[in-house]
Write a protein that binds this ligand. Sequence first.
Ligand code: ADP
Ligand code: ADP
Length: 226
Amino acid sequence: QGHIEVRNFALSYETIDGAVEAVTDTQIHVEPGEFVSIIGPSGCGKSTLLNAVAGFLEPTSGVVTVDGNAVTGPSAERGMVFQQYSLFPWKTVRENVEFGLKMRGMPKFERARAARTLLGLAGLEAFENHYPERLSGGMKQRVGIVRALATGPKVLLLDEPFGALDAQTRIIMQQILTNMWQRLKISVLFVTHDIDEAIFLSDRVYCMTARPGSIKAEIKIPLERP
Ligand code: ADP
Ligand code: ADP
């Protein structure tokens, strides 16, 4: 479960100056449980492609499917994490995660315990009663990932999630994401412009050319994970 297929994909934005071709002639796939990254220079269309998989944008041509079903809009089966994750500021860390559990239809009496379990995966146990404003950027993004996972998605989509973090925090977050992915056996599609990050995290890396972006190479990572 969690098989993503993108075929003959193109997407143009309609603007007052005419159509802006952002992505052209693109095929990608993510196998169930696979961790795949897309790298490429700024503006090449990575976010555009990811947002189409999320269901926020409709392709101009081509098709996006998850487990054989065409993507026609956002869904809890596709969790999304943005660079600037907007947590609910009036909710505590645990309540933010419980919101995701509610979306998935979990009854109220089960939510607190399930939220604590998920928070534990990200080393956030001690912060469950904190409000987001009291957290560092790295901690906020941990909560953002946990909240995206709380809806029980089959695939997790991340758009430069660590782009705003300092180098040291980034490395810690990469390790945490790897641990969560290994435990949850979820499919991941990860967008970054950082080749080192992509190679550290991924089973496979797609390289996108400058705009209009299209996949021109694929790197299989042979490294054994620790
Ligand atoms: P990346 O994520 O690789 O930085 P994007 O997908 O954000 O690239 O953008 C791809 C191209 O599409 C860029 O040239 C960008 O300026 C353009 N673009 C993105 N969003 C819009 C939009 N809403 N309207 C018009 N052009 C856009
Ligand atoms: P990223 O961090 O992915 O490169 P940007 O900072 O380029 O994103 O874009 C941020 C937002 O602005 C996105 O929602 C994108 O769709 C929009 N955007 C980017 N380029 C354009 C553009 N040329 N015209 C209109 N909107 C754009």
